[in-house]
Design a protein around this ligand. Structure first.
Ligand code: PLP
Length: 417
């Protein structure tokens, strides 16, 4: 159990004693290992990784990735501003929005970041409004990535990207408006099963790329799969690196210019670096089940309920205890099941459980549902723990609520009439 040993080495019990539960913990060492693995897998003249920051937006995580040499992939103007605040240069930030207003795109232009456009109508409007600003174009190659339709974004019914079949139209828009196309992009989904899908997408992108003479990069998006269970497969980055590098280098030779190869992984960089530590409130035996009820729920970690995702659970208070079968559930007034029929070392009230793969799309999807506070976040760097986000408190729940003193009396008066 790799995840179990990794979390135990971070001393989860003393972290909870120091910072309380529930608690998100991120291991910088693992983020760096994943970053290095990806960079070293490719043998091309220039590779660039833009961390897809929607996975985990804590400013310290952004700065750590910047220090590793990463750029940023952003999907909202707010993420752009977070990136700039974290110290990224505008040219190292890619803005890849979907269905946002032209006003928001113009805001991003004013901030000087790279613009990725995924709609022909917007491309036309952009060409008239900002003819001097180079753009990247998001192509939908219509290949089906693995996994559920919630995380497949390259298929024909998807709202993302400009269809590969519309490239002739894109070329006409580019020629008439004089837009400079500096990059082509695809992002097909979040769970790619093998290198084959990537390579098929790459071929489609190459076939489109020959129509644009001023490219400086091709962005292959993400879709890198990470393991959630012992038996899970993950994207073989080294194999992909070998195959894609060779094909990419051939393409550049034919194109007549060395282009940058860009990826924008989120999950791959941060998923396995994160653990979510919760405290057991109750162990509840019913007629058919034994429930472990913890001090968290879908308000803090919604992926199991939203995507049916699997997060390995370890009882870090009693790692050598006798294994028993449990269903681990949250305290929210909804069905918020983290895992059914899980074999855990015997659990008693007060035990700390650790959820693995809690670095990506966990804290960033957390909410205040049931008026609970969002958890604190801790980063482990060079053997030291740093509090990188305070636990929320009651003031946070009231923050931005407008309390109108006379409202209730006013309402009472009208209801009497
Ligand atoms: C979400 C997203 C990513 C990152 O996806 P992961 O599966 O987390 O690697 C990359 N690019 C774009 C455009 C995205 O929207």
């Amino acid at each position: 159990m790799a995840a179990q040993n990794d979390i135990l080495s971070l001393e989860p019990i003393s972290l909870v004693e120091k910072y309380g539960a529930p608690l998100y913990v991120y291991d910088a060492k693992k983020i760096k290992a994943q970053f290095d693995l990806m960079i070293n897998a490719f043998d091309v003249s220039d590779i660039k990784i833009n961390y897809a920051c929607k996975a985990l937006t804590n400013i310290n995580i952004l700065r750590f990735l910047k220090q590793l040499g990463s750029g940023l992939d952003t999907v909202s103007i707010q993420e752009v501003n977070l990136g700039l605040h974290a110290g990224f240069a505008p040219e190292d930030i890619m803005y890849t929005p979907n269905c946002v207003s032209m006003e928001e795109i113009s805001e991003a232009v004013a901030l000087g970041v790279r613009i990725n456009i995924d709609n022909i109508a917007i491309l036309e409007e952009f060409g008239h409004k900002h003819p001097e600003v180079p753009v990247c174009i998001r192509i939908n190659p219509h290949i089906m990535a693995g996994g559920s339709s919630k995380i497949s974004v390259g298929h024909i019914d998807s709202k993302f990207g400009i269809s590969i079949h519309q490239v002739p139209h894109v070329v006409r828009v580019v020629e008439t408006t004089g837009i400079k196309v500096e990059g082509l992009h695809m992002h097909t989904g979040s769970d790619i099963l093998d290198s084959e899908v990537f390579l098929r997408g790459a071929e489609i992108l190459f076939s489109a790329a020959v129509h644009f003479k001023e490219l400086s990069f091709i962005d292959f998006g993400s879709g890198f799969k990470v393991p959630y269970k012992e038996s899970d497969y993950s994207t073989d980055v080294v194999d992909l690196g070998k195959q894609l590098s060779s094909r990419f280098n051939d393409f550049c030779k034919n194109y007549g210019k060395d282009l940058s190869l860009v990826f924008e992984p989120g999950k791959f960089l941060v998923s396995e670096a994160g653990y979510f530590l919760v405290k057991t409130n109750v162990v509840k035996q019913t007629t058919s089940n034994v429930f472990v009820g913890v001090d968290s729920g879908l308000n803090h970690l919604i992926r199991p309920m939203f995507y049916n995702s699997y997060h390995e659970i370890t009882n870090v208070s009693n790692p050598d205890g006798k294994p028993r079968i449990y269903s681990v559930v949250g305290y929210i007034c909804e069905t918020d099941t983290f895992g059914i029929n899980r074999k855990l070392a015997e659990v008693k009230a007060g035990d700390i459980l650790a959820f693995a793969n809690a670095g990506a799309y966990c804290f960033s999807m957390a909410s205040n549902y049931n008026s609970r506070f969002r958890p604190a976040e801790v980063l482990i760097l060079d053997g030291k723990d740093y509090l990188i986000r305070e636990r929320e408190n009651f003031d946070d729940l009231l923050h931005h609520q407008v309390e109108i003193p006379d409202l209730i009396t006013a309402k009472k008066a009208t209801s009497i009439i």
